[in-house]
Write a protein that binds this ligand. Sequence first.
Ligand SMILES: [Zn+2]
Length: 292
Amino acid sequence: MALPPPEPALFPRPDNSPFEHACERCGTYAPLSSKYGPSLCAECIERTAHPIVQTSASLGEVLTGVFQLLRVVGLPAVLLVTLAELPMSIFEFVVPDVPFALSNLWGFFVGTAAEMVVLHLAWQAIATREQQVAVGAAVSAVGQRLGALLGTRFFSNLLTLLYSLLLVVPGVMKALSLTLAMPIALHEGADANAAMAASTARMEGHRWTALFAYCLAGAPFLVLLLALLCLGTGHDLANAASAPASSTATTAFYDYTMLALGVLTPAALVPVTLVPAVLYAKLRQPQRGTAV
Ligand SMILES: [Zn+2]
């Protein structure tokens, strides 16, 4: 009785190099990548890639990608960014006149770190085709890159500010060019300078898509802001009409409104955070068939 041919994956090729192993999907000997999920060759990774990687970087596909990621990492992302902002929001509510610089610094250090953990969760979801998303792995990856990430954020903001001093439009265009700076600094071990240069190169021709994607992904935040503003204004008007002398209630209402805004804003901005995650996955390699 003839034995069936051996599973190629079980038998090492006679002259296999130490860097080539049998792909867990097709059995071909090749350098494999197993950073997330099974060890696969480049072709199998390509063939089984997440839809976000396989589809184009059009506005529709970017927004579809944001929705797909929200479905997988939306809940942990909302919890993470809310928890990160909560201590500062409560502090500002309890202690009157917290210096603006203090909440700014909190946002820069803690807010950026939380945002980067969300970015890493999104990348895990894309890289493992939604098989494996671990908050612990994301936190440790961000921890290892924190210095470079904070540096990239600082210089990106500085550069955007300098361009904004010229005019609003150059500032916006610069910010859009730097869309991928944070994911590149997080995933590719780049320092601030290299990350910003690589982002500018990859975003060439995609800045308008990014602008519209940011605007649409930011819609929940704008709705929240408008709702709270309307609520506040309505209350102020009612208050002024009934008792113009007493402003205590108005002040308290204003404080609560600001607390609500502080607590809810990070969660409402999660879709905005996912825009660079989607664009990074789509624009990681030069698009096939187009000149670099
Ligand atoms: Zn393979």
